[in-house]
Design a protein around this ligand. Structure first.
Ligand SMILES: *[C@@H]1O[C@H](CO)[C@@H](O)[C@H](O)[C@H]1NC(C)=O
Ligand SMILES: *[C@@H]1O[C@H](CO)[C@@H](O)[C@H](O)[C@H]1NC(C)=O
Ligand SMILES: *[C@@H]1O[C@H](CO)[C@@H](O)[C@H](O)[C@H]1NC(C)=O
Ligand SMILES: *[C@@H]1O[C@H](CO)[C@@H](O)[C@H](O)[C@H]1NC(C)=O
Ligand SMILES: *[C@@H]1O[C@H](CO)[C@@H](O)[C@H](O)[C@H]1NC(C)=O
Ligand SMILES: *[C@@H]1O[C@H](CO)[C@@H](O)[C@H](O)[C@H]1NC(C)=O
Length: 433
């Protein structure tokens, strides 16, 4: 079949990388090679305590009619070295597709909301209102140890010429929100965007924040500054979001998945009238955890559980799911209405100093890959989202987001010929190494 015929002239290090990639799994008896590319955003300049919330338009992205198999990202410095979370906290990165009219000018980086007839936002299929639904890929501090691969034989189909509005081309935007916490008085407080630490009382548009708003995105926008320890001196430095995309060329062996985003703060209420079910959603993105009152070492009952029930607007098979929570989280889940767990996620907390294992930060979140075909979602079915946090202390600006990949079709059983072919591939790869 030769579906994984790695050219022999490649340096050994690259061969090893390729073998590690799900090359043999990406294809079901089909000649389609996994490609991998690393890209960098433009530079982000950060000084101690400063915040960047940048929107980069027309960023590099694989071209053509493709199926994305994996997408991950991390912050690196000028030398390409990964930056630890306790120096620069990666609040989030988010990748959005948009369509630009051919010949339209570049979009200014200051625009965070496409709003002209020259641009169309290429939303995901989620049910939140537009600005939450724009993102295709995204994560926060958990990015380094979170698996986000799309399992075979699925892929996220992009660049299909048939989907392009006439006269438009597909482009990509990346939003990076990073907080430099070198020398700050309270690293977690700055990462949680506590308004008092930023001395912020108005949002970025100058509107006063309500007195019970203690922290969140409205207090750590671009240009705000978190409080530094007295006398702390530190230099400015450049960081970049390095994002790694794995993809294959789209072909009939790949079953497309849709990306749905759900939010625990969705204010949706089930209301129906003669014309149907109301589908107005208001996703607040962030919420706050009130500290519990318990004293003593046990902190019994110091947990916060938030739930929301949502009616599904689509049918399909859940292929994988990813959760996003902030420090203090103890887990999240999606249940069926009768209480059966569909997927649950556990945060992985770092325990050391090294990059990817920074103590006190969420450095990864477990992923959910149900057995193919076992997680059918039916249109109109109610699912329950759940997000748990510790409430030993107050947490501001926390999140409970869920991104799930849904397919219309189940994979066809592999034929005996394909299995033999795969065995041969595995054998020949081993011989080569
Ligand atoms: C949207 O477009 C209108 C008309 O071009 C402009 O006046 C307005 O400032 C834009 N709003 C945003 C948020 O960019
Ligand atoms: C906080 O902001 C107020 C009003 O904007 C200003 O008067 C005060 O000096 C600021 N405090 C600090 C510590 O920066
Ligand atoms: C019924 O719900 C639909 C969907 O949200 C809405 O567009 C319509 O205005 C509602 N009609 C009435 C009479 O409330
Ligand atoms: C904490 O205790 C106070 C006073 O007893 C009470 O008013 C408040 O509701 C309690 N808060 C929580 C989160 O239990
Ligand atoms: C969340 O907390 C509730 C109440 O303590 C518990 O029943 C549930 O199992 C927890 N869920 C997850 C996903 O940790
Ligand atoms: C080939 O190797 C891959 C990756 O190690 C493995 O998942 C797959 O099951 C193997 N295929 C066969 C047919 O043994």
């Amino acid at each position: 079949m030769g579906s994984c015929n790695i050219p022999l002239w490649l340096p050994l290090v690259l061969i090893l990388v390729t073998i590690n990639s799900p090359c043999t799994q990406a294809v079901w008896g089909n000649a389609n090679k996994m490609k991998t590319a690393d890209f960098l955003t433009p530079k982000i300049v950060l000084g101690p305590g400063s915040v960047a919330n940048r929107y980069f338009y027309n960023v590099d992205f694989p071209k053509g009619h493709i199926a994305v198999k994996d997408f991950n990202a991390e912050l690196v410095d000028e030398q390409g070295n990964p930056v630890p979370l306790y120096e620069t906290y990666l609040h989030h990165w988010a990748v959005m597709k948009y369509y630009a009219r051919i010949g339209a000018g570049e979009i200014s980086e200051l625009v965070d909301n496409l709003n002209s007839s020259d641009y169309i936002s290429g939303r995901n299929d989620g049910i939140c209102q537009d600005d939450v639904n724009d993102d295709f890929f995204g994560a926060g501090s958990e990015t380094r140890k979170t698996e986000r691969r799309v399992p075979d034989p699925y892929g996220i189909e992009l660049g299909n010429p048939a989907d392009l509005p006439s006269g438009f081309e597909e482009k990509w935007q990346i939003n990076v929100h990073a907080i430099d916490t070198r020398g700050v008085v309270d690293k977690l407080g700055c990462a949680e965007c506590r308004c008092d630490l930023y001395n912020v009382t108005k949002d970025k548009l100058g509107r006063p924040l309500s007195a019970d708003y203690n922290g969140g995105l409205s207090c750590c926008y671009e240009g705000t500054q978190c409080r530094l320890k007295q006398g702390f001196q530190g230099i400015k430095r450049n960081v970049y979001l390095k994002y790694t995309v794995k993809w294959v060329d789209m072909d009939t062996s790949i079953l497309p998945v849709r990306v749905y985003l759900f939010d625990i703060t969705d204010q949706w209420k089930r209301t129906s009238n003669s014309t149907g079910i109301n589908s107005e959603h208001d996703c607040k993105v962030e919420y706050e955890i009130e500290p519990c009152n318990a004293t003593g070492w046990a902190h019994e009952g110091c947990f916060d559980t938030k739930r929301v029930s949502l009616d599904m607007t689509f049918s399909g098979y859940m292929v994988s799911g990813f959760g996003h929570q902030h420090a203090g989280a103890t887990g999240s889940a999606i249940y069926r209405e009768d209480g059966r767990v569909m997927c649950s996620w556990k945060p992985i907390y770092g325990q050391g100093q090294e990059v990817g294992n920074e103590a006190g930060y969420i450095v990864g979140i477990s992923s959910c890959y149900p057995e193919p075909g076992t997680m059918k979602i039916s249109k109109g079915e109610t699912l329950v989202l759940e997000s748990n946090y510790s409430s030993i202390r107050r947490h501001t600006g926390v999140m409970g987001m869920f991104s799930i990949y849904v397919a219309d079709e189940l994979p066809k059983p592999m034929s005996a010929v394909d299995i033999v072919a795969q065995n041969q591939e595995n054998a020949s790869l081993l011989t080569m190494v």
